[in-house]
Write a protein that binds this ligand. Structure first.
Ligand SMILES: [Zn+2]
Ligand SMILES: [Zn+2]
Ligand SMILES: [Zn+2]
Length: 254
């Protein structure tokens, strides 16, 4: 499991900001937009979300395959890199299945109308994707993805549980019916935007109370804005809880 990006929609540093986090020389304070990459041993590789930073994420971490794309939701910071998957189509000589809920796939079809329009000139190539609506759990190779509905402001979006791991980005609350889906999670990646409350994201305190209830062995916060400097924030988090950072890797049990 590789964290490709751990930043909020603006990224960190933020354009035109001169705060200490945005000027930090700690590489963990440079956050591209939120995404993870799951490389299954001797199996397929799964990209969760296609951020506007996908090209640089792929170059930085040497990604050579994407066997499936899994979307959490259709906000711009999670879908605006879809055109970059053309390179994976060429390398793999195949279309890529693209999983998402109905609203996300509708938004992808509208935002990327040229991909789906038969008259689009094929000069530079268009992404070859096959959309697959998520309606319950699904498998990619040996991995079972369990969709976990989350509140993201007034909208319901999807987190995912894969074995003992859960990825819950862009989350302001967990509906009652989703808690049982998270029971027994040992590694958690969870939204924590900043200290102050926000209408569509968990604050650090709210994220810590989710961790308290789920009691995973380790939790990593993601989708942080520049309010949270890596080192000083990690110093005051409880044992087993850290901020994720771009390039963080760890093993998960499928
Ligand atoms: Zn986001
Ligand atoms: Zn800043
Ligand atoms: Zn969002």
């Amino acid at each position: 499991m590789l964290v490709l990006g751990s930043g909020t929609s603006h990224g960190v540093p933020m354009i035109g900001c001169e705060c200490s986090t945005c000027r930090s020389t700690d590489p963990r304070d440079r956050r591209s937009r939120a995404s993870i990459y799951i490389q299954i041993t001797d199996g397929p590789s799964v990209l969760v979300d296609t951020t506007p930073d996908l090209r640089m994420q792929a170059l930085t971490y040497g990604l050579k395959r994407v066997d499936a794309i899994v979307y959490t939701h259709s906000h711009a910071d999670h879908i605006m890199g879809l055109d970059e998957v053309r390179r994976f189509n060429v390398l793999q000589k195949s279309a890529i299945p693209c999983y998402g809920d109905e609203r996300t796939l509708d938004d992808v079809r509208r935002t990327y109308a040229y991909i789906f329009h038969p008259d689009t000139p094929r000069g530079g190539g268009v992404p070859q994707i096959v959309t697959a609506r998520v309606a319950g759990e699904f498998c990619v190779g040996p991995a079972t993805f369990v969709p976990v509905p989350l509140m993201h402001g007034s909208r319901t979006i999807l987190g995912y549980r894969i074995g003992s791991f859960a990825y819950l980005t862009d989350c302001s609350g967990i509906p009652d019916s989703s808690w049982p889906l998270l029971s027994g999670v040992r590694t958690l990646v969870l939204d924590a935007l900043r200290e102050r409350p926000h209408p569509t994201h968990l604050s650090v305190d709210q994220a810590l109370s989710v961790v308290d209830q789920l009691r995973p062995e380790r939790a990593f916060f993601t989708h942080m804005c520049h309010d949270l400097a890596h080192e000083e924030t990690c110093a005051r988090l409880p044992p087993g809880v850290q901020l994720a950072y771009d390039g963080l890797t760890f093993e998960i049990d499928l």
